[in-house]
Design a protein around this ligand. Sequence first.
Ligand code: C2E
Ligand code: CA
Ligand code: CA
Ligand code: CA
Length: 278
Amino acid sequence: AKNAGRGRVEVYDDDLRAALAAQAAVEEGLRHALAHDELVLHYQPVTDLDTGRVRSVEALVRWEKPGQGLVPPGAFIPVAEGSDLICDLGRWALRTSLAQLARLDAAGGPGAGLRVAVNISGRHLRSPRLVQDVRSALEAAGTAPDRLTLEVTETVMVEDDAAWARLEELRSLGVAVAIDDFGTGYTSFGQLARVPVDVLKIDRSFVDSEDPRTVELVRLVVGAARSFGLKVVAEGVEQASQVRALQAVGCDTAQGYYFSRPVPADRLPGAVEGCTRT
Ligand code: C2E
Ligand code: CA
Ligand code: CA
Ligand code: CA
């Protein structure tokens, strides 16, 4: 409670203190969650727009907080990114998704043989441990490196030479790299020719837009990506009209609620079957 007559600076101090305490509480809770299996991965299919087939999925973390249901990543990833906790979470996501991929392979059917894309935070990409983390997760699951894609946001790559080299090293192992949220950061058209990536994910804000100039921009990005040998994924596709517009500009693949929401691993075979259009 704020006492009458308090100065603004003190009120600000109180707010800051409250914010720091809230952050510490989330960190503490997340550490507990990692140690006690409260985190789960949901998987969202990526559909090939030419063939209608699903060949890969994106792993997205959720927190099954006792008594609070499923907490979305927006509520805790930004806090985790403030410390090395995000690297612990990254290691957990790599290991968990690859182990689940192996189980889906063993089960056969529509969930078998998929590739998985795992989100890697900038902090983890800047850490010298990343390459070893990826290697040991692949080894632990016995998974071929070409089944794994790492999704990174574009900002990190242009800023940091060591991170850039790390991506090159991972790619030389056979792991693919995707630029996430393309169009919201700083990669220029010119840099597209040089960035060490295999896949470009066009941010939902571009897919959403019916502005003819934005559609034209997407066409240009798809064309440039193609001539540099990159695959393109359109994110956040919710409507059939968006699918048609993306096909018209030559986009290869798309993911979004139109095809499937992210689902737990046990529901993935059904989701893959459901959003395969032949
Ligand atoms: P992102 O990597 O851009 O993931 C796509 C987000 O869009 C996901 O939100 C997904 O559920 C949502 N989405 C998919 N299709 C649609 C659609 O058609 N419409 C709309 N409106 N949204 C759609 P989610 O799962 O809440 O994740 C949010 C962000 O949290 C992710 O954005 C990613 O940056 C981060 N994140 C999620 N999982 C992880 C993780 O394991 N590690 C790290 N470092 N970050 C993660
Ligand atoms: Ca992503
Ligand atoms: Ca994205
Ligand atoms: Ca994002």
